[in-house]
Design a protein around this ligand. Structure first.
Ligand code: C2O
Ligand code: CU
Ligand code: CU
Length: 563
């Protein structure tokens, strides 16, 4: 049996885990219907063509034995040399660099021991090219993607989207970054080449033989996986040697569930120039930036004026209230979410006289006007709900055959969507009912956690105190933040409202960058967001889900049918 599933010091295994619990509750767990693997089309003339092979491998991560991983290995067949850059000595997939307007063909070959399929997170592509779970391929099979890059310049993310296996496949190492360039961005002359650095942040746990450990129990499924070690670009204790000049750091949170609060140890403010869907219109200065799974942030960091030898450490700063205190204890990571810990360091090792000035205007974002919105008085709800100890959307688990009337969207319309936490009602009732699933052990642990949470003072956070105070019981106690992701075109966040524990909220509220185009948005407990999203060009099924990958796999996913 592979170590991956073995019981590590802290991770413990409860039978087949929570996916099985959810499966029992909802009759899920059955195989997904399949479409035939897409083949190359004669009519498509690619500017860039590459092979991407999913395979097993080994890589040094910790001192001593190498770690067995699953990884993407790339091979450029046609196109500019910088279209594919292998990650040196790391499991991370190659960095793909495309230009807007390019036609891209990617041959995905599955050399894993199980089915898989890859999704190009943030790219606006037809359903057949989107990595839908029905497109999964078996070991030995190849799926050919052909699409045009329609996105504006930005950093995107490729990863598996396999039915109920996304979390474990990403965890084993299948993930990579995509950078899209366009003319608007090139004209700015932002730091490039060695001065533009993509950074993928992930967390992992290891067993005593340096192999990846993954809990896979019910708590992992309920709250997500939280590792003991932070990896940047697949490496521990990551550090950058920099010159005393301006850099562009393009950061992607590739973690399964962990949310980071990016800030420099000397509290130098962060200059944010972009988010998920590319450049902001103007740079924004923030004391810190919250970065949830799958979110990206583009930072302009100016090391000029720093002496040689100067060292700056990017931390994840302290925050409260994004996860229930009981979950902190149950998830068994040494690195509690919300505790301060280092992510990577940057050390000035070279002097540079390159001076560079940040342009006032970075880009133009086409803003939606009220008259563009098809459903101004009737927003589409995405309610974060809980039932039988599983987090769901609108109270329903993922099912490819279950499309609600409000999930049917006419193509080429722009829709108003409201994302919120459902309080009370069915969510609470079913949540309470779900207690049975946890049994006595669950109850005991919960009381213990509650006490522990109080001892940690503000750890109680928005969910708990507020929930308990209003008699919400389980529902309040279970409130946590969810990074909600919608496939297809990027959206605009037009409103973020909060009602809850102001103290805890104060530790995160300045870290949301809502002014750019987004495809993933963190919804903290007590928050209610309104977003405006276009559903242009392509008909078909487009998923929306929580990007806490354990939540996604446990059914916190739905589909829009664009028709
Ligand atoms: Cu990055 Cu549907 O996912
Ligand atoms: Cu996506
Ligand atoms: Cu979630």
């Amino acid at each position: 049996m592979e170590r991956f599933w073995s019981v590590s010091r802290r991770a413990f295994l409860l039978g087949a885990g929570a996916t099985a619990v959810a499966a029992r509750a909802f009759g899920r767990g059955h195989a997904m219907r399949r479409i035939a693997p897409n083949r190359a089309s004669e009519a498509f003339d690619p500017d860039v063509e590459l092979d991407l092979i999913c395979k097993r491998g080994e890589t040094p991560i910790l001192a001593g034995a190498p770690t067995r991983v699953w990884r993407y290995v790339g091979n450029l067949i046609k196109g500019p040399a910088n279209a594919l850059t292998a990650a040196p000595d790391a499991y991370l997939g190659p960095l793909l660099r495309f230009s807007k307007g390019q036609k891209v063909r990617i041959r995905l070959r599955n050399e894993l021991p199980e089915e898989t399929i890859t999704h190009w997170h943030g790219l606006h592509v037809p359903m057949l090219m989107d990595g839908h779970p029905t497109a999964a391929i078996d070991p030995g099979e190849t799926y050919v993607y052909e699409f045009e890059i329609r996105n504006r310049a930005g950093m995107y993310f490729y990863h598996p989207h396999t039915h109920e296996k996304t979390a474990t496949q990403v965890y084993r190492g299948l993930a990579g970054a995509i950078i899209v360039e366009d003319e608007e961005e090139r004209a700015l002359g932002l730091p490039s080449g060695e001065f533009e650095i993509p950074l993928v942040i992930q967390d992992r746990s290891f067993d005593d033989d340096n192999q990846l450990a993954y809990g896979g129990d019910m708590h992992t499924s309920m709250f997500g996986f939280y590792g003991d070690r932070v990896l940047v670009n697949g490496r521990c204790d990551f550090s950058l040697d920099v010159a005393s000049r301006a850099y562009r750091l393009r950061i992607l949170n590739g973690s399964n569930a962990r949310i980071y609060k990016l800030c420099w140890d000397d509290r130098t403010p962060l200059t944010v120039i972009g988010v998920d869907g590319g450049l902001l219109e103007r740079a924004e200065t923030r004391p810190y930036v919250m970065l949830a799974p799958a979110e990206r942030v583009d930072l302009l960091v100016d090391f000029s004026g720093r002496p040689q030898g100067a060292k700056l450490t990017m931390l994840s700063g302290a925050f409260y209230g994004l996860i229930p205190p009981m979950a902190q204890r149950m998830m068994g990571s040494d690195l509690a979410m919300g505790e301060e810990f280092p992510l990577f360091t940057a050390q000035v090792t070279k002097a540079s006289s390159d001076s560079w000035k940040l342009p006032k205007k970075l880009s133009t974002i086409r803003r939606f006007r009220q008259e563009d919105i098809a459903n101004l008085d009737n927003p589409i709800p995405i309610a974060i709900t809980m039932a039988h100890m599983a987090m769901l959307l609108n109270g329903r688990p993922y099912d490819h055959d279950d499309i609600e009337p409000r999930e049917r969207i006419p193509v080429d319309t722009t829709q108003l969507i409201e994302i919120f936490h459902e309080r009370g009602g069915m969510g609470m009732g079913m949540g309470m009912g779900g207690m049975g699933d946890m049994g006595m052990a669950g109850m005991g642990r919960m009381e213990m956690m509650g006490g522990g949470g109080m001892m940690r003072g503000r750890m109680g956070g928005m969910g708990m105190e507020r929930g308990m105070g209003r008699g919400m019981g389980m529902m309040g106690m279970m409130s946590m933040a969810h990074p909600i992701h919608l496939h297809g075109q990027q959206f605009e966040i037009i409103e973020r409202r909060f009602e809850g524990d102001e103290d805890a909220y104060a530790s995160i509220r300045d870290g949301f960058i809502d002014s750019g185009l987004k495809d993933t948005v963190l919804v903290a407990p007590g928050e209610r967001l309104r977003i405006v999203k276009p559903f242009g060009d392509f008909k078909g099924r487009f998923m929306y889900h929580c990007h806490n990958l354990e939540h996604e796999d446990a059914g916190m996913m739905r589909e829009f049918s664009v028709e």
